[in-house]
Design a protein around this ligand. Structure first.
Ligand code: FAD
Length: 469
């Protein structure tokens, strides 16, 4: 009887243990994607990007004489219907770790088992299952470096190759049309502007990994901090949707390290930051919603996301060039350089004394590489409320940071049109990407700072000190 392979955030065919096991079983395989509540409630950009990913996977499967069956509805009910329609005896999927997915999957697995179905979850999204990394006293890690030391020499499974063939069932169940799902409906901005920046699908991700390892990783230690340089892997988008596996990245990084490429070790460490974020989310799911550290609930953060200052942050017109360039990059490309993320998050939470949850939510709407664990860890790290967070007195100075990491202002020129006689095309494309309702145009004057760098720093330090941090 057929095996249903339920795809979620693992939109690839290679190094896919669940698909691999399904093919190995010798039974027909029916790939499925379910549009349930958890898909429904995704932010605008992640949902749109997921739609592109589903479409691409579907085409790839068709190239192998297989299909991706699309159904909408609550996951358990939908799977039960499919089991009935196809006579499937098994349902396989790749494990997820955010609390909503864990609750859904736990319940669903028990229910399917009760129905007599072989319901099985597999690894693949992470290299180190969060519960397998323990401190000497049996607890979990709250600080990155010891976590890294604990895992850095572990064997990571060698990536599996894609199945050469996926056995098809005698008859395919019906599928809904992806276009009916309207995955881009909430992109109230130019999706057409963002589209060229998308690296779509497994093959493109693999090509990028090769280019990164051949040409970039050797100098990654320095280039990774320069937002104007193509100096990082850019694979977060593909990792977020499972178009590439961390194992594939890890093994490529290991080979580069063996070849003596100096930046390779740092790349491995970054991959482990992602694992660490999942480790934290598994052990303390409240990292997604609440101040992780005690004592922060009473911090007098502005919690109103409609203030003028917050809106100017969202719209990339704080008058602070580094912040604005990064916020505009986010709008146009659906991504933001890591240095930019740290700067804008610090500016929102420290200079503007606004709750990190406002920023978390904005990113969740705008990022095509949105990842629940990395986003929450990044925001709480920046705000100071998270585990292993930047100390409260470390307030990034967005002006000196620019001198350090964008000396000749290439990044600023790329993203800010105002005040230039011949603005770059990328800077102008920002005005095509944003909602009309914002009423912005490139010929408006560049604004004076909402809060100047020094003044904001002083104000933040006072607020933090008054709280006794
Ligand atoms: P590379 O430098 O090439 O690194 C390789 C991979 O390692 C990345 O693709 C990513 O999977 C992982 N990685 C690198 N840095 C981090 C990090 N600090 N935390 C966790 N994993 C990391 N990353 C996301 O993938 N999704 C998010 O939603 C997200 N939100 C963030 C929010 C804030 C406020 C901050 C400060 C960081 C956030 N990050 C997020 C982490 C980081 O900025 C991105 O992973 C990185 O910029 C992606 O670019 P890259 O793929 O070129 O990374």
């Amino acid at each position: 009887s057929p095996v249903l392979v339920w795809f979620r955030r693992d939109l690839r065919l290679s190094d896919h243990p669940a698909l691999n096991a399904a093919v190995k079983s010798g039974n027909p395989v029916i790939p499925v994607f379910i549009h349930d509540d958890q898909v429904e409630t995704l932010g605008a950009a992640p949902k749109w990007r997921l739609g592109l990913g589903i479409d691409h996977l579907s085409e790839t499967l068709e190239g192998l004489n297989s299909r991706l069956i699309l159904r909408r509805g609550p996951a358990l009910e939908t799977l039960r219907t499919l089991v009935q329609e196809t006579g499937a005896g098994a349902v396989f999927w790749t494990r997820l770790y955010d609390p909503a997915a864990v609750d859904r999957d736990t319940e669903l697995k028990a229910a399917l088992k009760q129905d007599g179905i072989d319901a099985r979850s597999f690894g693949g999204h992470l290299m180190f299952e969060p519960w397998t990394v323990e401190t000497k006293t049996g607890g979990f890690y709250k600080v990155y470096t010891p976590f890294w030391n604990m895992v850095k020499n572990r064997d990571v499974d060698a990536p599996l190759s894609a199945p050469a063939k996926i056995p098809a069932p005698d008859a395919w169940p019906s599928s809904e049309a992806l276009s009916d799902w309207n995955m881009g409906a909430a992109m109230d901005r130019g999706a057409a502007v963002v589209a060229p920046y998308v690296r779509l699908g497994e093959a493109a991700a693999q090509t990028r990994l090769s280019t990164f390892i051949d040409k970039i990783v050797a100098r990654y230690d320095t280039t990774r901090d320069q937002p104007a340089v193509d100096g990082t892997s850019g694979l977060s988008e593909n990792l977020a949707l499972g178009e590439i596996s961390p194992h594939q990245c890890w093994h490529a990084g290991l080979r580069a390290r063996q070849e003596g490429k100096p930046g390779a070790e740092t790349f491995l460490k970054e991959l482990v930051w992602r694992e660490f974020a999942y480790h934290l989310m598994h052990h303390t799911p409240r990292i997604l919603t609440d101040n992780w550290k005690e004592g922060w609930d009473s911090f007098p953060w502005n919690r109103d996301e409609t203030t003028e200052a917050v809106m100017r942050w969202q719209q990339g017109r704080t008058g602070i060039q580094f912040v604005d360039a990064a916020m505009r990059e986010l709008y146009v490309t659906g991504r933001m350089h890591n240095r930019g993320r740290m700067i804008v998050a610090s500016y929102l939470t420290k200079h503007l004394l606004s709750d990190w949850k406002i920023g978390l939510k904005w990113f969740e709407g705008c990022l095509i590489d949105w990842d629940p664990a990395s986003n929450a860890m990044g925001w709480q790290w920046s705000a100071g409320s998270g585990p292993d967070a930047t100390p409260y007195f470390r307030v990034f100075n967005p002006v000196t940071q620019l001198d350090k990491f964008d000396k000749d202002r290439q990044y600023v020129k790329r993203w800010i049109a105002q005040g230039r006689r011949a603005p770059s095309e990328t800077a102008l494309s920002f005005y095509d990407a944003i909602p009309r309702a914002w009423g912005l145009s490139g010929d408006q004057e560049y604004p004076a700072p909402v809060v100047a760098a020094d003044e904001g720093r002083k104000r933040a330090l006072e607020a933090y000190e008054n709280r006794g941090f």
